[in-house]
Write a protein that binds this ligand. Structure first.
Ligand code: PRX
Length: 677
């Protein structure tokens, strides 16, 4: 795990709750499930690897079938379904038109409750994606392989923009709307994006937020960093009524809703791309201050999103499916947009906060739209519970299936989800995966595996985990001993590389347990996820949390170094250290410790400025729970900050460990006193 000096890991502060007993899937669920084959994991054994994954690709419509399932010649840069050609937009839209033309593809639920829910059919989605693709191609000059940054909230125009890019073979890079303009700028520069697509405003917790101001910051900041986008395309939250106080910049900003009138009725043939051509970039935090662009391919990724949506989410044509995640994260890409739409399902996009205007909101939506599958995070479940739960029993909805994702879920939160939200009728899957993995890796298969609260479950069919210790020895399976969880084999949803940084791809995810860097045998390249985990005797895995300098706040992944350098933009700050602290609602939250330049007084105003600087650099989700201004940070004699000690204090743990190697052991008591004040 992380060393004494460099940091403290989530896994080290994880609560190791006791073993729970099983809950069995309701018979009514199992009888209707898409996947009922109890021998599924035999079919996906390593003996059948990689051909077993053809079943995934067979869910898609290919322009040309692949010649080779898996090419390992440039390991660990694996290529899936090589020789195959397809288009993701065609697979998510056009191919459904024959049978499902008038079926709802997207239900859009605006946050203000008095605004009507909008239902967009597959045909309307097709029309709008075609028209916007024509605009991108003929007005903005977008070509295959161009990168496009999309910084948009939860509105239907977001998947329209993504699918229009995919139609042209352009690579989209969606940035979570809650991220700052500065964060968008960094991603524009790294991806060398040609365009920025944004929206004037959107609703969040009852307020119409000015989003366009972030586009101005993103444009200026990226230009100052040496890369300017050609244009800023601005969608209007209310078509025909520009709703932001931030003015339009003539010549640079284009109001999409006006310009689209010139493209009415236009159609764009989907560009047939190679299976391994990139579909999108999704930036995610790592151990350094610089976010990395996880690059996902087309054929492998889409096959994986489709198969897991069908068999883990159990989406049937008649289901109404609601994933409350944000499309700006990987969960939304795979399980709001690409997976459900590839299957021709009806997927809900909800603009706002789950608890707005009260905790009953999700249940009113579920009742009105007849939601059958519900997908959310432990943080949202804890927040709903804290807000009183919203009386699900008063609403006439029935979920057959519920998902939890993004963080470990405490058994008592799991049981509340099961009893109160699920009304004891729904099966639950606790799905463990990551931005990099494209789709679920560890989960129960809902009709065939019993559920165990607090444990994600056994692995997905075709996924073969192994837990290694620090020295590369295999931790005995089923021993309940913690170690680094890795996946032995590649799988189709796996990311292809880090954009423009193949060395970091190899060093971060593979180098530690690879014994022969020249090997082209996949067996030599276990994928290291960066999480601590343990496996119980029944084969179920429990995820303990990150083992690196990444913290998972409310299921959002943040690098501690990103927060620390944001704090250092305040000139009075001399040094900073971020630690993970347990939180009742958000699971984990950052606390930051700073020391000041000489002769600067600690004040409330300064504390606020530090917190605001972090929100400005990254986004409000990164705001620390506490800013502790301390006389000095505890350090080793060689000057390394001992974050482990700070983390112990932040987590009310009296055992700070050995402090004798510190150059300034007296600071520990001073900091502890500040905390107890
Ligand atoms: O630590 C794990 C945690 O979230 C991390 C991945 O974050 P991100 O790339 O943002 O993707 C989030 C959505 C998949 C993992 O390294 N994590 C994810 N799912 C679970 C989880 N921890 C425990 N249980 C889960 N089900």
């Amino acid at each position: 795990m992380s060393d004494e000096t460099s940091g403290v890991s989530e896994a080290e502060i994880a609560v190791h709750w006791g073993e729970e007993s099983y809950f069995h899937p309701p018979a009514s669920f199992s009888a209707q499930a898409n996947l009922q084959d109890k021998n599924i994991r035999d079919r996906f054994s390593l003996d059948n690897f990689p051909q077993c994954f053809e079943e995934f690709a067979d869910l898609l419509t290919w322009d040309r079938r692949w010649d080779k399932v898996l090419d390992t010649s440039d390991a660990p840069f694996f290529k899936w379904f090589v020789g195959g050609r397809l288009n993701a937009s065609y697979n998510c839209i056009d191919r459904h038109l024959e049978k499902h033309s008038n079926k709802t593809a997207i239900h859009f639920v605006p946050e203000p409750e008095h605004e009507a829910i909008q239902h967009m059919t597959y045909r309307e989605l097709w029309v709008r994606v075609n028209e916007f693709a024509a605009l991108l191609r003929d007005f903005a000059g977008v070509k295959q392989g161009d990168r496009i940054t999309i910084h948009m909230p939860m509105v239907p125009e977001l998947p329209i923009a993504m699918l229009a890019c995919a139609r042209l073979g352009a690579i989209h890079s969606v940035v979570f709307a809650g991220f700052s303009g500065k964060a968008a700028a960094d991603r524009i520069v790294d991806s060398e994006s040609k365009l920025l697509i944004t929206m004037d405003s959107y609703y969040r917790s009852g307020a119409l937020l000015d989003h366009k101001e972030k586009a101005d910051i993103a444009y200026e900041d990226s230009k100052n960093q040496g890369h300017a986008v050609d244009k800023v395309l601005v969608f209007e939250r209310y078509p025909g009524r520009y709703s932001s106080p931030t003015p339009i910049v003539e010549g640079r900003d284009i109001i999409v809703n006006d310009l689209l009138k010139d493209f009415r009725g236009q159609r764009v043939d989907p560009v047939s791309v190679k299976s391994e051509d990139p579909l999108f970039l999704m930036y995610t935090s790592g151990s350094t201050g610089r976010p990395k662009g996880a690059q996902h391919g087309t054929g492998g990724y889409l096959s994986y999103a489709a198969w897991t949506s069908k068999n883990v989410q159990d989406i049937h044509p008649e289901d109404v499916y609601w994933c409350m995640a944000d499309i700006g994260w990987i969960t939304g890409h795979s399980y709001i947009v690409y997976g459900p739409l590839a299957l021709g399902a009806s997927s809900i996009i909800y603009e706002g906060t789950p608890t707005y205007p009260d905790a009953g909101r999700p249940w009113r939506v579920a009742e009105e739209l007849g939601v059958t599958i519900f997908h959310t995070s432990p943080t949202a479940i804890r927040a709903l519970r804290k807000a009183g739960g919203g009386n699900p029993e008063k609403y006439n909805y029935h979920f057959k299936h519920m998902t939890t994702v993004g963080e470990p879920i405490e058994p008592d939160v799991w049981k509340w989800y099961y009893d109160v939200i699920g009304k004891k009728e729904a099966v639950i899957v606790d799905t463990w995966w990551q931005t990099e993995t494209g789709g679920f890796l560890i989960t129960t298969m809902p009709a065939i595996d019993p559920m165990k609260p607090g444990s994600a479950g056994p692995a997905m069919p075709g996924i073969h985990p192994v837990i290694y210790d620090e020295d590369g020895n295999e931790v005995p399976p089923g021993s309940n001993k913690a170690g680094n969880i890795c996946i032995r084999n590649p799988w189709p949803g796996m990311f292809q590389t880090i954009w423009k940084d193949p060395d970091r791809f190899v060093s971060t995810y593979f180098a530690k347990y690879n014994k022969d860097p020249k090997s082209t045998d996949w067996r030599d390249w276990p994928y290291m996820a960066g999480d601590g985990a343990m496996q119980a005797a029944d084969g179920y895995y429990r995820i303990l949390g990150r083992i690196d300098d990444v913290i998972n706040v409310a299921g959002h992944r943040l690098g501690t170094k990103e927060l620390e350098s944001a704090a250092l933009t305040v000139p009075e700050v001399a040094e900073s250290a971020v630690v993970a602290a347990k939180d009742d609602v958000k699971g984990i939250m950052p606390e930051i410790y700073v020391s000041l330049q000489p002769n600067v007084e600690p004040t409330e105003e300064l504390r606020k400025r530090i917190s605001d600087a972090i929100a400005k650099e990254i986004g409000p989700i990164a705001k620390p729970r506490a800013v502790w201004i301390v006389p000095d940070l505890p350090k080793t004699r060689s000057g390394k900050i001992m974050r482990r000690i700070l983390a112990a204090i932040s987590n009310d743990n009296n055992d700070v460990g050995d402090v004798t190697t510190l150059s300034n052991p007296e600071t520990v008591d001073l900091i502890r006193k500040l905390h107890t004040k």
